[in-house]
Design a protein around this ligand. Sequence first.
Ligand code: DX5
Ligand code: ZN
Length: 229
Amino acid sequence: MSDTAGRPLIAPSILSADFARLADEVAAVAGSDWLHVDVMDNHFVPNLTIGLPVVESLLAVTDIPMDCHLMIEDPGRWAPPYAEAGAHNVTFHAEATDDPVAVARDIRAAGAKAGLGIKPGTALEPYLEILRDFDTLLVMSVEPGFGGQAFIPEVLDKVRTMRKLVDSGELTILIEIDGGINADTIEAAAEAGVDCFVAGSAVYGTADPAATVEALRRQAAAVSPHRHR
Ligand code: DX5
Ligand code: ZN
């Protein structure tokens, strides 16, 4: 998969952007690898954000590949339309469905990469068997629902396990991390083996978000030169 080769990917989360100026806020992270869009339904998580109409509008104003992170119930019903709309990657949560493989197949059939999200307290092992049906594993490093929370370092054990499986050729999947990623935490995540780093408050809380994306990418690349040439 081309996304996994080469440099680390940085995916700014627009959850920390100004929702009244979304097109400008997307333009402010030009040069990003993915644009991370957090969809919350106030059921799977205790917060409510945006949905498909806003994603469709964003797709019309940017060429940055869209990374939709669905923190919602009933992903079997709601996830495929994001793929049909043109999202690059559509991630839903393992905890939200009894049939993640069916949802992944529908997302792929609609033309997007399929991602499986797991909360900090969710073990990886029960899902290892089904990861062949996915393109992305999103390891949450905060409880999903809000930006600006502190990074939970214990989740890096799951990243290390995945890195070994990918490097040994047993799995081909992109390892993504989401929550509390900033200049103080990105190196530990990169060392553990993350390919794609979501960052919300660390990017949009700075005066020059595009420069911050570039700085985070350089930081991640510097500590994992064996993979990120
Ligand atoms: C939280 C979201 C994250 C959030 C990350 O549920 O999934 O994508 O935007 O925000 P930071 O980077 O501020 O932790
Ligand atoms: Zn997210």
